[in-house]
Design a protein around this ligand. Structure first.
Ligand code: SF4
Length: 344
């Protein structure tokens, strides 16, 4: 790590730039720790443009930590529908219930704790989220490290593969303790809007003069190779007499845990019965998996009771499956509009 570059990075330039150029994001217009926590958890795996939509939906549905704690987890999953990584929603619900417990029972008497250590003890809160919430919502002097800050650091220092320890040391050394929340956000904002993975705009960068990697910025850091595994699945959607699909709630620990959908089977499609018709193939990409789902529907009505898809939380993949079946136009697929007599 270059000591020369460390001493030259202008914190004033970066904070001035942030004050002038920061994006007007809704969670930046509030001091409410709950609203800030929601934004940090959503943004862990979601782009900012989509994060705004989900954040607004979540804060409208659960304006306080108490309102989430008093809700069933299914309502949280429904509000989270489409945002992906649903374990975040389940842990957030667990967090809200823990915070609402009295301190005599291990809770926090209804207030989100302000210390880094206490935040870290909550479900779903790792070092990044804890430092981000402690600094942004409570003004605590903790430096956070995310992918954007890693890129800025690697380029400033011309380091190909910075270790977690080096990253945290660099962030700690540069933290502006009088404005920790703004400082963390300024570094992240620079990485998100100027020091981008491709085509960084070094001519606009307020800390260009201290950057050792500006001649070949995209060489730093070396991108991690992600292996995307392909998987083939199949499903056969059945309907009840009302035209509702037979869907069930998945176990919490599996793929799309806690969400509703038709039963998915891994592997090649077995020989189908005559009443099972092929309606199409759905492709769906997750961060580390690329799924191909062969979709069938049964023309024989089920004796089970189905659910209208709008009444339960479903993943985007399950919504695509139901949509492709609905578009097949078979009379079974009218979702709750059927007259019983029509199926006798
Ligand atoms: S000068 Fe370029 S590479 Fe260096 S930190 Fe600024 S934007 Fe990133």
């Amino acid at each position: 790590m270059s000591v020369v570059a460390l001493s030259r990075l202008s914190q004033t330039n970066l904070l001035d730039w942030y004050d002038e150029h920061k994006r007007d994001l809704p969670w930046r217009n509030t001091n409410d720790p709950w609203a800030i926590l929601l934004s940090e958890i959503l943004l862990q795996q979601t782009q900012v443009s989509r994060g705004i939509v989900y954040w607004q939906r979540m804060i409208e549905t659960f304006p306080t930590i108490e309102s989430m704690a008093n809700s069933h987890v299914d309502k949280v999953l429904k509000a989270w529908e489409g945002a992906g990584y649903y374990s975040r929603a389940r842990r957030l619900h667990a967090l809200s219930q823990l915070v609402m417990l009295p301190s005599s029972e291990g809770g926090f008497d209804g207030s989100l704790p302000s210390s880094h250590e206490s935040l870290l003890s909550l479900p779903g809160i790792g070092p990044y989220t804890s430092a981000a919430v402690a600094s942004i919502a409570f003004g605590q002097p903790f430096a956070c490290v995310d992918g954007n800050i890693k890129r800025v650091m690697a380029r400033q220092q011309r380091v190909s593969e910075p270790s977690t320890k080096d990253l945290q040391s660099w962030a700690d050394e540069h933290l502006v303790r009088q404005r920790p929340g703004d400082w963390n956000q300024a570094l992240m904002e620079l990485g998100a809007t100027v020091c981008t993975p491709q085509k960084p705009q070094c001519h606009r960068c307020p800390i260009q003069s201290s950057c050792e990697g500006k001649d070949t910025p995209t060489a730093y850091p070396i991108p991690k190779k992600t292996t995307v595994k392909k998987a083939t699945l199949w499903t056969c959607v059945e309907f009840d007499r009302q035209g509702n699909p037979i869907i069930s709630q998945r176990k919490p620990d599996g793929l799309f845990g806690g969400l509703w959908g038709p039963q998915l089977h891994e592997g090649e499609v077995p020989d189908m019965k005559s009443e099972q018709m092929f309606v199409g193939t759905v492709e769906h990409k997750l961060s580390h998996r690329s799924l191909t789902v062969h979709v069938y529907m049964s023309t024989r009505l089920s004796s089970q009771v189905g659910r209208h898809p709008s009444g339960v939380a479903m993943s985007v993949l399950d919504q695509k499956i139901i949509e492709i079946v609905r578009k097949s136009g078979h009379e079974q697929t009218s979702f709750g509009k059927k007259d019983d007599m029509a199926h006798r």
